[in-house]
Design a protein around this ligand. Structure first.
Ligand SMILES: NC(=O)c1ccc[n+]([C@@H]2O[C@H](COP(=O)([O-])OP(=O)(O)OC[C@H]3O[C@@H](n4cnc5c(N)ncnc54)[C@H](OP(=O)(O)O)[C@@H]3O)[C@@H](O)[C@H]2O)c1
Length: 331
């Protein structure tokens, strides 16, 4: 089989196609013929984690060290990227009950990656389930990562119908899913993003959109029950006046400073900081599959690239210009 491989950390040019052995499923595994995979922030990190210093890392230092060890100190430990995938079951191990040959499936590999290849094996009770019937392979591919993370983050805050929610970074993978989930929970949602993506965020269902290059949302006098800051681009200090008396400042990316703020505010009956880590499960994949089938989660594919042009796909994501997700078509 063909796979997109890299053996050195570096620019997108380290990615190349290599002929590899086709994997064989164990008794509890399905062999999936991958049709589509995606490129997201995790892939950029994995490809060149050597260049991500603790200060460039968007999470606290105690998490940087294990991440560095995981991705490799001088050479990559993971040689095939890709954490989201959609495809078709080609064969099954003898104990597999949930799937049969020909089933259309999608799923998530998290940090183990490996979906930038023509075939992958996944345990049947892992992050794999039937593809939403109303979505193409491309669309299904780009749902799991952002949506499962957003689902996990929003679980920490229990959004109530009618609450006002602001998402700072609403045009990205996690933010665009969080926006749709917050709308699903009945919130009134303001999405903050850059100028080129205002229309995209509006089309996802935002009640209001704010362009962070033109307006500082902390200065407009509006108050929110929840401010979800995806990239830690604002701060609790700045957001305090934009939070309602029991408002929450929820962070998807954070440093030790925000963890101390979380500890400090945890016993307060007033405004709180929450730094949340997502811990996705196969059950979450089922939930987002159902939401996608109900039309509550849309997938917007911005560009697609054949696997031979994976480097170009990485360059495009790295440019910060994507509006929606970037797909690699396999085979
Ligand atoms: N907590 C967890 O468990 C967890 C899990 C996975 C990932 N993460 C973190 O999530 C982050 C990646 O999120 P993602 O995949 O959604 O990234 P993404 O797809 O690259 O999106 C980044 C978002 O940030 C916005 N942004 C950029 N500059 C901004 C600014 N100055 N003010 C406001 N928004 C700004 C972008 O808006 P425009 O594009 O419109 O400019 C875009 O909406 C990483 O930092 C990662 O560490 C956390």
């Amino acid at each position: 089989m063909k796979a997109i491989v890299f053996t050195e950390f570096g620019s997108p040019d380290v990615l190349h196609i290599k002929e590899m052995d086709k994997p064989t499923p164990k008794d509890n595994e399905v062999l999936i013929k991958v049709r589509t995979t995606s490129v997201n922030v995790g892939d950029l990190w994995g490809r060149n984690f050597k260049a991500i210093t603790p200060s460039k890392f968007s999470m606290p230092f105690p998490l940087w060290l294990p991440t560095r060890l995981y991705f490799g100190i001088t050479k990559p430990r993971i040689n095939i990227l890709g954490n989201e995938y959609a495809g078709e079951v080609e064969s099954i191990g003898r104990d597999v009950k949930r799937f049969k040959k020909g089933d259309k499936v999608f799923g998530y590999r998290a940090q183990s990656m490996g979906a930038n290849a023509e075939y992958i094996c996944i345990p049947e009770d892992g992050m794999v389930t039937h593809k939403p019937a109303n979505m193409s392979y491309e669309e299904a591919t780009v749902v799991p990562g952002g949506a499962m993370t957003a689902l996990n983050l929003l679980r920490k805050v229990n959004i109530q119908p009618g609450q006002k929610v602001l998402i700072n970074g609403a045009s990205g993978s996690i933010g665009s899913a969080a926006l749709q989930l917050a709308k699903y929970y009945g919130a009134e949602v303001t999405g903050v993003c850059g100028t080129p993506r205002l229309g995209f965020v509006k089309a996802l269902g935002a009640d209001k959109v704010i362009d962070y290059t033109q307006e500082d949302f902390t200065q407009n006098g509006e108050t929110y029950d929840l401010i979800l800051d995806i990239m830690n681009k604002s701060s609790f200090e700045k957001c305090k006046n934009s939070l309602k008396p029991k408002g929450i400042y929820l962070l998807a990316s954070f440093k030790m400073k925000q963890i101390f703020q979380m500890l400090r505010t945890s016993r307060s009956s007033g405004k709180k900081v929450i730094c949340a880590l997502s811990n996705e499960t196969p059950k979450d994949l089922e939930i987002i599959k159902n939401l996608a089938e109900e039309g509550k989660l849309k997938a917007i594919v911005d560009k697609r690239f054949p696997m031979e042009r994976a480097a170009e796909a990485h360059r495009y994501v790295e440019s910060g210009n994507k509006a929606g997700s970037v797909v690699i078509t396999i085979g």
